[in-house]
Design a protein around this ligand. Structure first.
Ligand SMILES: Cc1ncc(C[n+]2csc(CCOP(=O)(O)OP(=O)(O)O)c2C)c(N)n1
Ligand code: SF4
Ligand SMILES: [Mg+2]
Length: 325
């Protein structure tokens, strides 16, 4: 048995492992991008991997009685326990290897969590895990709602979106009036020991998520990747457009795609100049069907400020010594 796994960069689609570690047997909706995140991270990591997953669609839809898509070992964790389950698993493996109870070898520990479970409820546990020296990767699959319990707004929901918590009405058109929480830079700034933090979209740019997972697993210590994962049910669009929405999220600049490696931030995808109007992305989704011109303009103005005013465009919301809202 080898004690090292060499993660070479995947340079073309033909180099992607054909073997599936998240296979058929799940009950996610057609076009579910969170499911694509599962498939991709497990392909990138390979068979010597333990997956932990918090409550949410990626737990419930993947564990219908007597069925599972997981080919690698998988364990369910409590809704806010993405960080602590990763930490406990990695610490357990290290202890067992130290005591000689299992052979010394590299086993990847990957915990995944949704936006409610990870970025809202489980933020403290993720922070704790990121302050250790254990080898682990936490992947946030962000479908911008508590989808499993019928699409409630979370701290990650795009401004103005309709959810079951934030329906539109004749008195108040916009109920979701919070700007999306900026999780990856928050974790990077607060945990300078972490060697790798990134954002990604499963569909775009192609291979990007696979290679970021490989990089995260290679650098050692705790790491974190935030993926934007379109959800046809919650975002209200035809499932055939999941890939297109991922691409538009990157090309409009509403979801900046970058990595922070050893403290150095780098855009891994640069939106075109000029960026695609954010309206093209929003109009494809029924959750923004109530938007008026002023609403599209409001979101566009925030996205423009993100790219034109911020000290690190798309990443760090500081300009002239002030935190931008
Ligand atoms: C402590 C706790 N509170 C509430 C719930 C009910 N619950 C189960 S899944 C879920 C939504 C999770 O949302 P998210 O983490 O974004 O994952 P998604 O469902 O979108 O995949 C909620 C509120 C729970 N299981 N545990
Ligand atoms: S509701 Fe959304 S996240 Fe849940 S299984 Fe369906 S598409 Fe996937
Ligand atoms: Mg969610």
């Amino acid at each position: 048995m080898t004690d090292e796994i060499v993660f070479e960069k995947i340079r073309g689609i033909h180099n992607v492992l054909r073997e599936e570690f998240y296979s058929s047997g799940h009950r996610t909706c057609e076009g579910c991008e969170p499911a694509m995140v599962m498939r991709m991270f497990s392909k990138a990591a390979g068979p010597r991997t333990i997956a932990l997953g918090t409550t949410g669609c990626m737990y419930v839809a993947n564990t219908a009685y007597m069925t599972t898509p997981w080919v690698i070992p998988w364990m369910h964790a409590q809704l806010g326990a993405g960080g602590s389950s990763a930490l406990g698993t990695s610490a357990g493996l290290r202890a067992l290897m130290k005591k000689g109870k299992i052979p010394k070898e590299k086993i990847n520990t990957i915990a995944f969590c949704g936006d409610l479970g990870g970025a809202d409820m489980g933020l403290a546990a993720i922070s704790s895990a990121l302050q250790t020296d254990y080898d682990l990767l936490i992947i946030l699959y962000d479908n911008e709602s508590a989808a499993n319990t019928d699409i409630q707004a979370t701290g990650m929901t795009t401004w103005g979106a309709q959810t079951t918590f934030t329906p539109t009405g004749s008195v108040k058109r916009i109920m979701q009036n919070r700007w999306k929480k900026n999780v990856a830079p928050m974790l990077a700034a607060g945990h300078p020991n972490v060697k790798y933090i990134a954002t990604a979209i499963a569909s775009y740019p192609p291979l990007d998520l696979l290679n970021k997972v490989r990089k995260a697993l290679s650098v050692g210590g705790p790491t974190f990747i935030h993926t934007l994962a379109p959800c046809p049910k919650g975002w209200d669009y035809h499932p055939r457009y999941s890939d297109k929405l991922g691409e538009l999220a990157a090309r409009t600049g509403i979801f900046p795609v970058y990595e922070i490696e050893n403290g150095v931030a780098r855009l891994t995808y640069k939106p075109p100049t000029p960026r695609v109007p954010v309206r093209e992305y929003l109009e494809m989704q029924g959750r923004f069907a109530h938007f008026k011109d002023e609403d599209f303009q409001y979101v566009q103005s925030h996205v423009d400020a993100m790219w034109e005013d911020w000290e690190l465009p798309g990443i760090v919301p500081i300009k002239d010594g002030r935190i931008k809202s």
